[in-house]
Structure formats: structure tokens, C-alpha cells
Write a protein that binds this ligand. Structure first.
Ligand SMILES: Cc1cc2nc3c(=O)[nH]c(=O)nc-3n(C[C@H](O)[C@H](O)[C@H](O)COP(=O)(O)OP(=O)(O)OC[C@H]3O[C@@H](n4cnc5c(N)ncnc54)[C@H](O)[C@@H]3O)c2cc1C
Length: 384
């Protein structure tokens, strides 16, 4: 066969991986999703199931004890878990977000120190950039890190930290030279047991309720000097380069949520009867369904194209990843809202999963840069 036929399709390994995760998610995660949402509790049983199947942090390279999945494979894992439960999909997604700064910029020694426990599932990793007064304008952060002999001492508060409290490690961006603006920001690894580190109260949220979001505090938090990621002053650049790799994974989460809503809608509209026939017989309903599937598939393809660019290190990754995230998250919001519509009044109740999916979808338009900020990122790339 002409090998060029393979240029625009997933490999057999990717397809097999999808089937494996799909099965695990259907068996172990779908039955837990409503309860995780209702109780707002981190799903440790799902974490254990993902860990047993080596799906909790698939992107960690083999040399650090991981399975070394590529960006497309990682997106597939996140997508399939999110189809079942968006909160649970933040396990592989945030492990990636927290550790990409290390993979991009850390010393070999630091990588060997902190990546193997994540690969084995002994520890999770979070990413701490945002602050109360520094959200979209992240470079306006106030958390400081100062050298003290052979240590760094951190002071300040980060907010909105996904999986705070359940993670053992945190990649933390802090100002080391206030006179240098964004070029005076450095990145560090902080461990939950480091003196002066503490986790604040949990936010009460609209969705992704099974993934804790908390403030984290640094009060003279003292860490060894070798926990800096890269050179002093390179932290903000590392933080932004990280987002180039992980925005597309938020897109994958959004595609998974949208697909979950399509799956639920498909079964419902074939069962639900009005005017003496299944509502799936009505063309008005079919058009809604077709648009939901069309947009979700378009989003999915954008994610895989961006993931391919991430693997190959192509220069337009920044645009592609932002575009994939924005398109997929706007699609997820629309598709889940349409799903609620297709369920009618029942869709508005917690008896069916689509209202949860609609609430969960909303966050994908907000984090890792709001969709307005991501549109600015895209425009900047276009304008040069
Ligand atoms: C559940 C949750 C989990 C999160 N997880 C993490 C995490 O793990 N780590 C982390 O570091 N952060 C995390 N965040 C923070 C998230 O990335 C920020 O909330 C986001 O970047 C927006 O910042 P903000 O909330 O301060 O909004 P603001 O920056 O105050 O924005 C408010 C509004 O103004 C708009 N806006 C702002 N500036 C502009 C502009 N220049 N042009 C046009 N519109 C603009 C925004 O788009 C938005 O609509 C999380 C947030 C939430 C809610």
C-alpha cells in the first residue's frame, strides 16, 4: 500500500490505546462520575485504576520510569477519561502540566529526583502560576523567592491550584528579581513536606468537583538550591512554553466531555418518544445531533494536529495549541448545552449526566488562559 495513506491517520497503537482506555473508563469511571460530582471528593479509586493500568501519567519518558507516550497518545488518554468523568481526566492532564516545565528546562539531576515517583504513581504533580491579582496577567505575580546560602526561600500565595492537597509536588513560578519583570521570574519544585508550605481551603466550584482547587501558601518555605528549574529568570518562559504543550490536552479534555454528551444524547433520543415516535425521528433533533458530532470531530482533529506539531517541535505549535484549546472548549460548551436541550426537562436534572457535563465543560474555556487570552495568543502569532 502507498505509505502516504498513513500520513493522516492515527497509528494502530493509538487506536488500541483508545480501546483500552475506553474500556477501563466505561467499567471503572463512568459508574463513579455522578457520585464524584455529588460528593466533591477526589476519586482515589479511579486514581488506583489508572495507576494499575499505567495511565495516570503516560507522558513521562521511559528514562524516568514512565511509559513514554507521545502527545497524541496522551491526548487520547485524557479524552477517553474525560468522556467518562472530567474530574478524573485531570489526573493525567495535571500530572502532565506539572511536569512539562521539568521536561523542558530542568537539570538532569532534578528530573531524576522527582519524575520517577510520578511515573510510578507514588506522587502527583501540580502547576502553580496564578495568583489572586495575577490571572490573565500572570507576570504580575507577587510570590517571591530569595536565595539564602544553599537554599531558596519562598513567600507568597498561589491560587486556583488544581489537585492541590492530593499532589505531592508543585511547580511554582516566583519572582527572583523584581527589577526584571517577566524575565525576573524563576520556576521551582516544591514538595508538600517542605517547611513553610501549606494548602489552603478548597474552592466550591460549578464543575470538575472531584478535582480539588485550592490556594497554596509559602511562609518562608525553604527548599534546596537544586530545586530551581533551569536558570534564574527563565521561569516565565518555561511556564509559557509548557502551556504550548498542555493547552492541547485541555482541548482533549473538552473533546472527551463533548463526546460523553453525544453518547448520552444518542441513547436518549432513540428511547424517548413524543408524538408517538422516538424523538430521534425528527429532523430538527437530527440536525442538532449532526452539528454536535461534526464540531466535536473537527475539534478532535485539531487536537491531534497540534499534538503532532508538539512531538515534532514545529514552530507554529503556539498557534496550533491555542487554536485547538479554544475551538475544542467552545465546542464542548455548545455541545453539552445542546445535549441538555435534547434531553428536555430531564436534561436539567441530576438524574442524567448531561447537566454535569455542561457544568464541567465551562472550565475548559477558562483555565490555561481564558479563551480571550488564547485568541490574543493566536492573533500575536498571526501578526508577528
Ligand atoms: C477550576 C480552576 C482550576 C485552575 N487551575 C489552575 C492551576 O492548576 N494552576 C494555575 O496556575 N492556575 C489555575 N487556574 C487559574 C486560571 O488559569 C485563571 O483563572 C485564568 O487564567 C483567568 O485568570 P482570572 O481568573 O484571574 O481572570 P481575569 O484575568 O481576571 O479575567 C477576567 C475576564 O477578563 C478577561 N480578560 C482579562 N484580560 C484580558 C485582555 N487583555 N483582553 C481581553 N480579555 C481579557 C478574561 O478573558 C476574563 O473573561 C485555575 C482556575 C480555575 C477556575
Amino acid at each position: 500500500m502507498d505509505p502516504s495513506f498513513d500520513t493522516y491517520r492515527l497509528t494502530d497503537e493509538h487506536q488500541m490505546l483508545r480501546e483500552t482506555v475506553h474500556q477501563l473508563a466505561s467499567d471503572k469511571i463512568v459508574p463513579r462520575a455522578a457520585e464524584v460530582d455529588a460528593t466533591s471528593e477526589f476519586p482515589w479509586d479511579v486514581y488506583d485504576a489508572l495507576r494499575k493500568a499505567e495511565l495516570h501519567a503516560v507522558h513521562i519518558p521511559e528514562e524516568y520510569g514512565g511509559v513514554g507516550a507521545d502527545s497524541i497518545a496522551t491526548a487520547i488518554v485524557i479524552e477517553e477519561v474525560a468522556r467518562a468523568c472530567a474530574s478524573s481526566s485531570l489526573i493525567p492532564a495535571v500530572n502532565k502540566l506539572g511536569t512539562v516545565p521539568l521536561l523542558l528546562s530542568a537539570s538532569e539531576e532534578l528530573k531524576r529526583q522527582v519524575l520517577p515517583p510520578v511515573a510510578s504513581g507514588e506522587a502527583m504533580f501540580s502547576y502553580a502560576l496564578s495568583e489572586r491579582e495575577a490571572g490573565s496577567d500572570a507576570a504580575a505575580m507577587r510570590t517571591r523567592a530569595a536565595r539564602d546560602g544553599d537554599h531558596w526561600v519562598l513567600n507568597g500565595t498561589k491560587c486556583w491550584i488544581t489537585n492541590a492537597g492530593v499532589s505531592s509536588y508543585y511547580t511554582v513560578m516566583a519572582v527572583t528579581d523584581p527589577s526584571q519583570g517577566a524575565k525576573g521570574i524563576s520556576a521551582f519544585v516544591v514538595h508538600k513536606d517542605d517547611p513553610g508550605f501549606s494548602v489552603g481551603t478548597k474552592e466550591r466550584k460549578l464543575g470538575i468537583k472531584g478535582s480539588p482547587t485550592c490556594e497554596i501558601h509559602f511562609a518562608d518555605c525553604t527548599i534546596p538550591e537544586d530545586r530551581i528549574i533551569g536558570e534564574p529568570g527563565t521561569g516565565f518562559r518555561t511556564a509559557l512554553r509548557t502551556l504550548d504543550h498542555t493547552r492541547l490536552t485541555i482541548g482533549a479534555q473538552a473533546v472527551g466531555i463533548a463526546q460523553g454528551a453525544i453518547d448520552a444524547s444518542l441513547s436518549y433520543i432513540k428511547e424517548r418518544r413524543q408524538f408517538g415516535r422516538p424523538i430521534a425521528d425528527f429532523q430538527g433533533v437530527q440536525f442538532i445531533l449532526a452539528d454536535m458530532a461534526m464540531k466535536t470531530e473537527a475539534a478532535r482533529q485539531l487536537i491531534y494536529v497540534a499534538a503532532g506539531k508538539a512531538e515534532r517541535g514545529e514552530p507554529d505549535l503556539t498557534f496550533a495549541s491555542a487554536a485547538a484549546k479554544v475551538f475544542a472548549s467552545d465546542t464542548a460548551m455548545q455541545v453539552t448545552t445542546d445535549a441538555v436541550q435534547l434531553f428536555g426537562g430531564y436534561g436539567y436534572t441530576t438524574d442524567f449526566p448531561v447537566e454535569r457535563m455542561m457544568r464541567d465543560a465551562k472550565i475548559t474555556q477558562i483555565y490555561e488562559g481564558t479563551n480571550q487570552i488564547n485568541r490574543m495568543v493566536m492573533a500575536r502569532q498571526l501578526l508577528g
